[in-house]
Design a protein around this ligand. Structure first.
Ligand SMILES: C[S@@+](CC[C@H](N)C(=O)[O-])C[C@H]1O[C@@H](n2cnc3c(N)ncnc32)[C@H](O)[C@@H]1O
Length: 188
């Protein structure tokens, strides 16, 4: 994916700031990797033990280039990137509990709901949940889904200049509660 220059620098700054909250040595999951640009940033800046990248890399009516060859080139440089071609459900059994989840796939309301709940089934305790395109003007459905899931706790959701968001999740009294992540938490 070719990002325009100004947008690219904002995107890099936002992701770099987000990575400042990620402890080293995590097991992470990225849902939606395309050509591997964000995966590349994550492994360079955050230092994962493993980053599972799930994407079907399928052609769509509006996109001919799936980005898969670009992703493969990135993955070849970083052995900690684990390519998972398909959908999250295909990998439930083969993935370990996750410290970090980053969602950048479908940006509609229902799909965002589903991906957040599906991925939280794999979350370690505690876990950092993040996503891209928390942008009311461009992706109102995604924002509505995030705001509904974290209603009453939006003060714990950190937003970044590239429209990424980040929130901490931990168990509480048989359910889950959110917390505001701190810079460079200690890995558990
Ligand atoms: C916006 S792009 C990802 C960009 C990438 N994170 C980056 O910043 O370099 C969206 C990607 O999500 C993938 N995708 C769409 N629905 C998905 C799903 N349910 N699970 C996994 N990936 C999905 C698409 O194939 C596409 O490659």
């Amino acid at each position: 994916m070719r990002r325009q220059r100004a947008e690219n620098s904002k995107w890099r700054r936002g992701l770099a700031e987000l990575c400042g909250y990620l402890p080293r040595g995590m097991y992470g999951l990225e849902i939606g990797s395309l050509a591997g640009e964000s995966a590349d940033m994550f492994v360079k800046l955050a230092g994962f033990d493993a980053l599972f990248c799930v994407d079907p890399w399928e052609k769509t009516s509006t996109r001919d280039d799936t980005g898969e060859s670009g992703f493969d080139a990135v993955a070849a440089r970083h052995p900690e990137i684990i390519k998972c071609k398909g959908y999250l459900q295909d990998f439930y059994r083969s993935m370990p509990p996750l410290d970090f989840i980053y969602i950048d796939a479908k940006h509609q309301h229902v799909e965002t709901f589903e991906l957040i709940f599906q991925s939280l089934l794999l979350a370690k305790e505690p876990c950092l949940l993040a996503g891209h395109d928390y942008n009311e003007r461009k992706h109102p459905g995604l924002v509505r889904a995030v705001n509904t899931i974290f209603a009453g706790h939006l003060q714990d959701v950190i937003r970044f200049v590239d429209w990424s968001f980040l929130v901490g999740i931990r168990r509480h009294r048989g359910g889950i509660e959110t917390y505001k992540p701190r810079l460079r938490e200690i890995a558990t």
